[in-house]
Write a protein that binds this ligand. Structure first.
Ligand code: ZN
Length: 114
């Protein structure tokens, strides 16, 4: 049985979702082969679907930025805690400890190179 335009267009969505049974898909594609109008219609339909489905990917949820910021903040705190733990006995501010650690590292490297 040949598919009519209306029937073919009714199948656009099922075809894009790959929900068509094989014989049905065959008849659908057969109609598209001989019908530039429906062929074009399907392309437009697929474009629309792609745009609609693409939207959520482009629009990040409002909470996303906040989550990332919170995670970054959390990580900074972990690093500070770790640094405080390492330099704790020295009783130096964490900020001052970094150059000291860096200098120590450089000293070690220089020592190893000589
Ligand atoms: Zn048609």
């Amino acid at each position: 049985m040949e598919l009519g335009h209306t029937e073919a267009r009714d199948l656009f969505s099922a075809y894009v979702d790959e929900d068509l049974a094989e014989p049905e898909e065959e008849r659908f594609l057969e109609h598209l082969d001989g019908c530039p109008e429906c062929h074009q219609g399907l392309e437009r339909f697929e474009d629309t679907i792609a745009q609609v489905r693409g939207l959520p990917r482009h629009r990040l949820p409002a909470s996303f930025t906040r989550q990332v910021l919170r995670r970054a903040k959390h990580r900074n705190r972990r690093q500070r805690e770790l640094a405080a733990f390492m330099v704790g006995p020295l009783r130096v501010p964490v900020e001052a400890a970094f150059p000291i650690i860096l200098a120590a590292g450089v000293a070690v490297v220089l020592f190893l190179l000589h």
